[in-house]
Design a protein around this ligand. Structure first.
Ligand SMILES: [Zn+2]
Length: 274
């Protein structure tokens, strides 16, 4: 009888101890943001990826139990090794809901401009947001909230699915097209088909809404200003489709409807059918 009690106690102790070890290396985290200050509470060793507002790069950081992080305009935070992430913040515009996504905090989240489900931080973006929204409708609907943030950075990028950082108007259609090609249809790690399609969309968008930027873009792509697939590949693609926007949209809708993920080889096969 007594030995059974010992056994049960031993077992309980063992389970308890194992759980502590587990949550030490796969920590439960609670991230809280208030007034430009982010605090992360964690049950153990935590590995995070952070955005550096000065260099515009991502830095890796590791800590135990507690981390405090001020930010100025924007902070992008990916908690790499946490299986359970609780997230709360007055300026939290996107939660990290999978490993490859990230939390995004934007200081002025309550003063953004709004059109439909699009939120943007500059008044002058309004007309362009309306244009890009009607352009994207040709491909498919975007029902989630979309945040378009114009920031003084040297490059544009997205933190899928909701946040699009734009450094130039030229990149608007490219970045937002990643909602379809990159997010809704995932791209294989070694593939570039999604970059090609997004860049094709960017050129088509400019053709409709800024003739001058369009012609300039064609010229830059022809003279090899960009590395591939952002340069000559885009021109070749457009030529293959005779610059026929409707046919290209048809292809994009086909991919969106029929694929959850795609690699370059299968993409080539699809193109041959069009
Ligand atoms: Zn891209």
């Amino acid at each position: 009888m007594q030995s059974n009690v010992f056994k049960t106690r031993y077992l309980l102790f063992f389970i308890f101890f194992s759980l502590i070890i587990f949550f030490l290396f796969f920590p439960i985290t609670f991230t809280l943001e208030k007034k430009g200050q982010i605090i992360i509470f964690s049950s153990g060793y935590t590995n995070i990826l952070l955005f550096d507002e000065l260099s515009f790069d991502f830095n890796n950081n590791k800590f135990f139990f507690y981390y405090k992080l001020p930010y100025h305009d924007i902070q992008i935070l990916n908690i790499i090794n946490s299986p359970l992430r609780m997230q709360k913040g007055e300026n939290l515009i996107q939660k990290q809901n999978r490993k490859s996504s990230a939390m995004v905090f934007y200081k002025d989240s309550h003063n953004l401009f709004k059109f439909d489900n699009y939120y943007y931080n500059r008044k002058w973006l309004e007309a362009k947001v309306k244009d890009v929204s009607s352009f994207l409708h040709n491909i498919g609907p975007i029902e989630e909230k979309v945040y378009i943030l114009h920031l003084e950075m040297y490059r544009s990028f997205q933190i899928l699915p909701n946040v699009y950082i734009i450094s130039s108007f030229k990149d608007l259609a490219h970045e937002l097209s990643h909602y379809f090609f990159g997010y809704q249809v995932k791209a294989d790690a070694n593939s570039t088909w999604h970059e090609l399609l997004c860049e094709v969309n960017s050129v088509l968008f400019l053709r409709s809404f800024s003739r001058y930027r369009y012609l300039k873009e064609l010229e830059l792509k022809t003279v090899g200003f960009y590395y591939e697939p952002y340069g000559k590949s885009v021109i070749n693609f457009l030529e293959y489709f005779n610059y026929d926007q409707e046919r290209i949209f048809e292809l994009e809708r086909f991919i969106l409807k029929n694929y959850k993920s795609l690699d370059d080889k299968e993409f080539e096969n699809i193109i041959k059918k069009f």
